[in-house]
Ligand binder design. Structure first.
Ligand SMILES: Cc1ncc(C[n+]2csc(CCOP(=O)(O)OP(=O)(O)O)c2C)c(N)n1
Ligand code: SF4
Ligand SMILES: [Mg+2]
Length: 286
């Protein structure tokens, strides 16, 4: 079993607000890595910008804290360069479904073996509580003083529409469910996506731990089988007095990096440049 060093035992501690769901997600991710017996040097955690995107700073794997909304293309690039690594992209609802929405959709349709974990607190936390893509219709915020006019983005339904190979949702108020769902997503061979309800205790006074606890139920405990797209779509639009968590859909598909003629041989970083003339390449592209 590997032991993950926690930077918070050193001079630094996360600066998330006390009670923030980000602490629980960080804890669950570490537990999942230990559960899968992964060596931290086999794992890269990539993020964008936001409270949630600070997570790579607090885990002793490789990490990349990038620019807003761009975790997915960076993670895709890392996987293409070295398919032996476990790549985990994390971000907030603003980061992935707002600034990074185009990358989100493109990633859902490309079956690269990376995991996307979204801290969905239905608010822009870091910038002090603006309406985000998943804020509920009618919710008030500093940028929606008379209530949000828009319908929230439904990330699970979007993933179902793209037949994404692993689609799940979990909740930071249930550490065991979250740990197991993250472990299942990371060990799944193919693009795996987990939307995670993550209460922002400072700026989102509507979608609290109690609010979710009254509503969420575990699909798998109800005997739901995640092998049918139409059934998955029906479940994906259920969001009211009852809200499903668990695996909505999963299906093994051809992997991009195992099908592409150049990538399938060996990881790009291990391929020789001996017979390649950089000068010729430069001439071709300049
Ligand atoms: C291109 C760009 N636009 C806007 C910002 C300002 N900004 C920083 S964090 C953030 C919102 C982050 O919200 P979310 O992704 O939901 O993360 P949270 O803080 O809620 O975890 C914004 C708009 C930025 N840094 N870069
Ligand atoms: S502002 Fe919200 S999301 Fe950010 S650290 Fe505080 S509780 Fe967490
Ligand atoms: Mg957010």
């Amino acid at each position: 079993m590997v032991e993950l060093k926690n930077l918070s035992t050193g001079n630094y501690t996360p600066d998330w607000c006390p009670g923030c769901g980000d602490y629980i997600i960080l804890n669950a991710l570490k537990r999942a890595i230990v559960k899968l017996n992964l060596n931290p040097n086999q794992v890269v955690v990539v993020s964008g910008i936001g409270c949630s995107s600070k997570l790579p700073q607090w885990i002793n794997t490789f990490g990349y804290h990038g620019v807003h909304g761009r975790g997915l293309p960076v993670g895709t690039g890392i996987k293409i360069a070295n398919k032996k690594l476990h790549v985990i992209v994390i971000g907030g609802d603003g980061d992935i479904y707002g600034e990074g929405m185009n990358h989100f959709i493109q990633s859902l349709r490309k079956n690269i073996d990376i995991t996307l974990l979204v801290h969905d607190n239905q608010i822009y936390g870091l910038t002090k509580g603006q309406t985000s893509p998943t804020s509920m219709h009618g919710d008030k915020s500093v940028t929606s003083q008379i209530g949000n006019f828009d319908e929230p983005v439904n990330p699970i339904a979007l993933a179902v529409a793209q037949k994404t190979s692993f689609i799940a949702r979990s909740f930071a108020g249930d550490l065991e469910h979250l740990t197991n769902t993250i472990a299942d997503a990371v060990s799944f061979k193919g693009f795996s996506f987990v939307d995670m309800f993550q209460p922002c205790v400072t700026f989102n006074k509507h979608n609290t731990y109690d609010w979710f606890k009254e509503r969420v139920y575990d699909l798998q405990k109800k005997g739901y089988k995640p092998n049918n797209l139409e059934r998955a779509f029906k479940k994906s639009i259920e969001f009211g007095d009852k809200i499903p968590i668990g695996v909505f859909f999963k299906e093994k598909k051809e992997l991009y990096e195992e099908t592409h003629p150049v990538l399938k041989k060996t990881p790009l970083v291990k391929q020789s440049l001996k017979n390649i003339s950089i000068k010729k390449l430069m001439e071709e592209f300049c």
